[in-house]
Design a protein around this ligand. Structure first.
Ligand SMILES: NC(=O)c1ccc[n+]([C@@H]2O[C@H](COP(=O)([O-])OP(=O)(O)OC[C@H]3O[C@@H](n4cnc5c(N)ncnc54)[C@H](O)[C@@H]3O)[C@@H](O)[C@H]2O)c1
Length: 265
């Protein structure tokens, strides 16, 4: 009889690549993965933002890359390979907000559309080519893409009245929904394409994470959530850890939604 073990949920010995590693969810996930025994290759735009993760050590390799630049990704992949070999898990977690990110749909500039799509979707595809393809060659691995509830359902425009983040009015633009919905398409495609070669490809869909939004937003948002609160990074990171671990060995092409029930109605 096969026994399920606690150790299946750990990440000992796994090499994990995380993009957007210096951000709110990325940094929290990196700390959790290290705690669970992984070696983490943390990728983000600059060494300066990566300083948030503290100094490099035996289990942490920080590299500055732009996920839209395949050459910079290839260089990072070579550095990773030299240090620890082929990755076991790739997290496509980077996302950007362009300069006019909150502009109304009717006037949303094409440059901003292309920039956000370039990071959120094309960047993830490039990371899959650079870090995922060697996994498929070896016949093992996992990819996890970070989506959003707004790739599944439309935003409720009513919650944005009076809402602010970092002193600015906020909303969710169409490019965010479109890029995340596209990333779900890529997730399913690769789950079937690489599944036979032992690479699982899944997604996590976080609901809104509290990170200092004003009270009006927190109130409006929480009212729409059956659990009546915003998410914490911790809520999301546990699900990410599961998808990286051997406990999810038979999970492929799945979207693990952690939204307190936002998408049930
Ligand atoms: N925070 C939330 O409420 C929430 C909710 C749903 C989904 N998400 C998704 O979770 C992921 C992480 O979100 P977050 O809140 O931590 O965001 P964040 O803005 O704090 O972090 C994103 C990181 O991506 C990096 N990045 C941007 N462009 C890049 C590029 N070209 N190359 C490399 N790195 C780049 C940024 O420097 C930043 O550190 C994103 O995909 C986001 O869409 C977040």
């Amino acid at each position: 009889m096969e026994t399920a073990r606690d150790s299946d949920f750990r990440l000992d010995g796994k090499v994990i690549v995380m993009t957007g590693a210096a951000g709110i969810l990325g940094s929290s996930a990196v700390m959790r993965f290290l705690d669970a025994g992984a070696r983490v290759c943390a990728l983000d735009l600059s060494s300066q933002v990566l300083e948030r993760l503290g100094p490099d050590h035996d289990c942490l390799l920080k590299l500055a890359v732009d996920v839209t630049d395949k050459t910079s990704l290839r260089i990072a992949q070579e550095q990773l390979h030299e240090r620890w070999g082929t990755a076991d898990v790739l997290f496509n977690n980077a996302a950007t907000k362009s300069e006019n990110f909150f502009a109304p749909f009717e006037d949303f500039p094409l440059e901003d559309w292309n920039e956000v799509m370039g990071v959120n979707l094309t960047g993830a595809m490039l990371c899959c080519q650079v870090f995922g393809a060697p996994m498929a060659q070896l016949g093992r691995g996992a990819v996890v893409n970070t989506l959003s509830i707004y790739g599944i359902v439309a935003p409720d425009q009513r919650i944005y009245e009076g809402s602010e983040y970092l002193g600015r009015p906020i909303n969710t633009p169409a490019i965010y929904s479109a890029s995340k919905a596209g990333l779900w398409g890529l997730t399913k495609y690769l789950a079937s394409y690489w599944g036979p070669r032992g690479v699982r490809v899944n997604a996590v869909t976080p609901g809104g994470v509290f990170s200092g939004q004003n009270q009006i937003f927190v109130h409006n948002y929480s009212q729409r959530v059956p659990l009546n609160r915003m998410a914490s990074s911790r809520d999301i990171v546990h699900a990410m850890t599961f998808l990286a671990s051997d406990a999810s060995a038979y999970v492929n092409g799945h979207n693990l939604v952690i939204d307190g029930g936002w998408t049930v109605w």
